[in-house]
Ligand binder design. Structure first.
Ligand code: 5GP
Ligand code: SF4
Ligand code: MG
Length: 457
């Protein structure tokens, strides 16, 4: 049960647009630019000021929406979601946004993150008479909002949000307003932008660039933003806690052209690569990265080490992200399909191979073999983040501890398992020094910023 609840709403993407003549189209393009955050489902809810209409489905954005289905989604406001599910919780009903019809008006919610008191809240709500139709955390917020004290929606939402624990970025749509809310630690990314006469909110700023919106600011931890006919209103529903943005957003999840807390993701990754060069100087001939997520770090390493950066590995464009494959054996096949070594680059060379992170160790093992088969003389594997030793309860698919390679093996054991000449991980201290904002590093350190286990409400 815990696994089921925990497996939901992984690195999903959320988006909202208010006051634009082609709101649903804007959401559609934005979801394309957030597609890397989830490929298992996508949905858009649009409002024409009276009625909310929905289109959602399993699969990629291109598979879910047709020109015809988009035509139905009229109105000047919309929210959208791309879904990454892990833990085997699939099913159409869990694809978001979730749309609720009620006598007091329609209401739609989309969520990125993971509530750590979901089970307790569901139990409490079911006792009170709620019946849940999905396994999505977004439905909990809907029930809490509906059951709370009477009064204007913003107040009821604030009360409901204050009951949640864990990580969340929500976008919500009603006929008369768009809402966006971020958890009190700001574990998930969420930004506010301006588009023409209207406003947009997005998990990542890369969506703003695509649709031509101007980035105004990031949503603050514990902030509820309300956008309506009068403009943007900001409310605080939780006392400001220590900010703890997910480090993995910089390391792996986010797109290199996004900015998080004022720092460009590609730039951050390059800095991680440079820090890696300071920590692990290696006598080598070439540096290569694992396309695409570690290329920035590999470039940073090469620059700092004064070594040539080369394309030693090529990725097929047409295979999905490794983690989408449900089983380990399929995942290994996925890696094989995805990557090939470039013989002309690595043959006879001492190669530094930089990867962004190591979770199960599948990629590292496979790539060392690929590089050796292509004639590499030495393969040094460097990981541009610390060892992942603890589970994430905030939405990353980190599974149980026994699946985390670094939780069960020493670095030397891992080196032997992947048949590398050397293996190094960037230290926690050097990782921290790259960033100015407060970060969650719980999967590296075991120090959880927000409540990490199911507890009473
Ligand atoms: P591993 O192969 O060690 O299990 O996972 C690490 C590799 O998978 C890295 O190359 C990383 O780019 C990629 N990866 C795919 N999905 C994820 C994810 O959800 N989190 C992290 N940290 N890495 C992931
Ligand atoms: Fe991100 Fe790791 Fe914290 Fe989870 S535990 S939110 S993956 S930094
Ligand atoms: Mg990778």
């Amino acid at each position: 049960m815990l696994a089921e609840l925990r497996g939901l709403n992984e690195a999903c993407g959320v988006f909202g647009v208010w006051n634009h003549p082609r709101a649903s189209q804007i959401a559609y393009y934005a979801l394309h630019s957030l597609q890397h955050r989830g490929q298992e489902g996508a949905g858009i809810v649009a409002s024409d000021g009276e009625t909310l209409r929905i289109r959602k489905g399993q699969g990629l954005v291109t598979e879910v929406f047709s020109a015809e289905s988009m035509d139905r989604l009229h109105g000047r406001a919309a929210i959208g979601h791309v879904r990454y599910s892990a833990g085997g919780v699939n099913g159409f009903e869990n694809v978001q946004p979730l749309l609720f019809r009620s006598q007091s008006g329609d209401f739609a919610i989309a969520h990125n993150g993971n509530l750590t008191n979901a089970r307790a809240l569901r139990g409490m709500l079911e006792e009170e008479g709620s019946i849940f139709q999905t396994a999505a955390d977004a439905e909990i917020l809907a029930h809490l909002t509906k059951r709370g004290r009477k009064g204007p929606l913003p107040e009821r939402l604030m009360d409901a949000l204050a009951k949640l624990a864990g990580a969340y970025a929500f976008v919500m749509l009603k006929e008369d307003a768009l809402y966006a809310a971020l958890d009190p630690h700001g574990i998930k990314p969420l930004s506010l932008g301006r588009l023409g006469e209207g406003y947009v909110v997005s998990s990542e700023t890369c969506a703003f660039d695509l649709i031509g919106a101007e980035h105004l600011r990031d949503v603050e931890p514990g902030e509820l933003i309300i956008i309506d006919a009068e403009g943007v209103h900001s409310r605080s529903f939780a006392s400001s806690e220590q900010e703890a943005l997910c480090t993995m957003e910089y390391v792996y999840f986010s797109r290199p052209d996004s900015n998080l807390r004022g720092l460009n993701v590609h730039t951050a990754r390059k800095k991680l690569g440079k820090a890696l060069a300071a920590e692990f100087p290696i006598d080598a001939d070439v540096v290569t990265g694992v396309p695409d997520s570690s290329l920035s770090a590999a470039i940073g390493y090469a620059e700092a080490a004064g070594l040539p950066y080369e394309l030693g590995l090529i990725k097929s464009r047409y295979v999905g992200r490794t983690f989408i494959e449900p089983s380990q054996s399929l995942r290994e096949q996925g890696v094989k399909l995805k990557l090939s070594a470039v013989r002309g680059v690595v043959e006879g060379k001492r190669v530094v191979m930089v990867d962004d992170s190591l979770v199960r160790g599948t990629t590292g093992r496979r790539i060392t073999t690929l590089l050796r088969e292509a004639g590499a003389r030495e393969v040094h594997v460097l990981i541009a983040s610390p060892t992942i030793q603890y589970p994430c309860y905030y939405g990353m698919d980190t599974l149980s501890t026994d699946e985390l390679a670094a939780a069960n093996h020493s670095v030397e054991e891992l080196r032997q398992m992947m048949n590398a000449d050397s293996l190094g991980f960037l230290s926690v201290e050097r990782t921290q020094r790259v960033f100015q904002c407060g970060l969650c590093m719980a999967c590296f350190t075991g120090e959880y910023p927000a409540r990490e286990v199911e507890a009473d409400v």
